[in-house]
Ligand binder design. Structure first.
Ligand SMILES: Cc1cc2nc3c(=O)[nH]c(=O)nc-3n(C[C@H](O)[C@H](O)[C@H](O)COP(=O)(O)OP(=O)(O)OC[C@H]3O[C@@H](n4cnc5c(N)ncnc54)[C@H](O)[C@@H]3O)c2cc1C
Length: 292
C-alpha cells in the first residue's frame, strides 16, 4: 500500500470541502472493509483518505411519513440489532444478518456498502425489493435517486466524485407483508452469495395484491424482476404460477463464471432461488402456496 494523507472531518460540510479541495487524489473511507482491500491489492492508490468515522449525525435511524431513513454511517450489525428495523423492515434485518461475519458487520456501513457496488453484495437485493432511495449531497445541494438508478455496473454507481451518500430511505413494509431473503452459500457460511433473491408479498383474499422480487450475484448489479412481478400480481399463487414467474426472472440474469459456479449454473439457480424466496414470503404472509 502507498503512503497517504489522512483527514478526519467532523461534519458533512467539512467532508465536502475536503472532497473538493483534494479532488481525484482522495478517497472517502467509512468502514474501510471494501476500500482497504482494494488498496492492498493496488486497485486504487489514493494520496489522501477522508474518513467519515468522526462525522456527526450520519449514523442514525429516523422514522417519519412511513419511511425509515438510515444514515450512511449506520453499520450493518446496528441494523441487525435494531428493534425498529426488526419490526418495520424485517426483510432488511434478515438480509444484513447474512452479510459475512459479525466482525465485518460491525465495521461495514450502509453507505459504504452501497457505493462499493459489488454485484455479489446482499443488501442491494432486498433494498431494491423494498423500493429504497438514496440521498446524495454535494456543495451544490442534495439529490435523491431510486436505488435502481443508483446502481450502474460492476463496482460502478451514479455517485459523482464531489458527492457523499448521506442516507438510504426505505418505505416501511405493511404489517401483513410476507418477506424473504435467501442467500445460496454452497462454500462457506461467510462467503458472498453464489446467487441470492429477495421477495415481498402481500395477499388479499388469497390473491397477490403486491409482489416484489429481486435477485443478486447474477448480473452486473442486483436486478428487480418486473416481468415476474407482473405475471403474479392479481393472481392466486399456485405452484405452477410461481414456477413460471420465477423462470421468467432467468431472462434478466447475466452472470459470470467464477469460483462460486459457472454462468449457466448461476442462471438456473436464479429461477430456483426466486421461486423459493416467493414461497417463503408467501408462507410468512399467511398463505402457503395453493396446491401443496
Ligand atoms: C471478508 C469480507 C467479506 C464480505 N462479505 C460480504 C458479503 O457476504 N455480503 C455483503 O453484502 N458484503 C460483504 N462484505 C462487505 C462489502 O463487500 C463491503 O466491503 C462493505 O459493504 C463496504 O462498506 P464500508 O463501510 O467498509 O465501505 P468502505 O470500504 O469504507 O468504502 C467502500 C467504497 O465506498 C466509498 N464510500 C464509503 N462511504 C461513502 C459515503 N457515505 N459516500 C460516498 N462514498 C462512500 C468509498 O470511497 C469506497 O469507494 C465483505 C467484506 C469483507 C472484507
Amino acid at each position: 500500500m502507498n503512503s497517504f494523507e489522512f483527514f478526519a472531518p467532523t461534519s458533512v460540510d467539512e467532508a465536502l470541502d475536503l472532497i473538493v479541495s483534494k479532488g481525484e487524489d482522495a478517497k472517502i473511507v467509512a468502514g474501510g472493509t471494501g476500500l482497504v482491500n482494494m488498496m492492498k491489492q493496488r486497485l486504487v492508490n489514493p494520496e489522501a483518505l477522508i474518513s467519515l468515522g468522526a462525522v456527526r449525525g450520519l449514523d442514525g435511524l429516523e422514522i417519519s411519513d412511513g419511511k425509515v431513513r438510515i444514515g450512511a454511517l449506520c453499520n450493518h450489525q446496528a441494523l441487525v440489532k435494531s428493534a425498529e428495523v426488526g419490526q418495520m423492515l424485517p426483510l432488511l434485518a434478515e438480509t444484513y444478518s447474512k452479510v459475512a461475519t459479525v466482525r465485518i458487520r460491525n465495521f461495514a456501513t450502509v453507505g459504504g456498502g452501497l457505493v462499493h457496488g459489488d454485484p455479489n453484495q446482499d443488501p442491494q437485493v432486498s433494498l431494491l425489493a423494498l423500493n429504497a432511495d438514496v440521498s446524495l449531497r454535494s456543495k451544490s445541494g442534495t439529490r435523491t435517486l431510486p436505488l435502481k438508478d443508483f446502481m450502474v455496473d460492476y463496482y460502478e454507481t451514479a455517485i459523482r466524485p464531489d458527492e457523499l451518500l448521506i442516507d438510504a430511505l426505505v418505505p416501511v413494509l405493511p404489517n401483513n407483508a410476507g418477506y424473504a431473503y435467501l442467500k445460496f452459500l454452497p462454500r462457506t457460511a461467510d462467503d458472498y452469495a453464489t446467487v441470492s433473491a429477495a421477495a415481498v408479498t402481500v395477499l388479499e383474499d388469497g390473491v397477490l395484491k403486491d409482489v416484489r422480487v429481486a435477485f443478486g450475484s447474477a448480473a452486473p448489479t442486483a436486478r428487480r424482476c418486473q416481468e415476474t412481478e407482473r405475471m403474479l400480481t392479481g393472481q392466486r399463487p399456485t405452484p405452477e404460477a410461481l414456477r413460471a414467474a420465477a423462470e421468467k426472472a432467468k431472462d434478466l440474469a447475466d452472470p459470470v463464471s467464477d469460483g462460486r459456479g459457472s454462468a449457466a449454473y448461476k442462471k438456473e439457480m436464479v429461477g430456483v432461488f426466486v421461486r423459493r424466496a416467493l414461497e417463503k414470503a408467501l408462507e410468512r404472509a399467511g398463505g402457503a402456496v395453493n396446491g401443496r
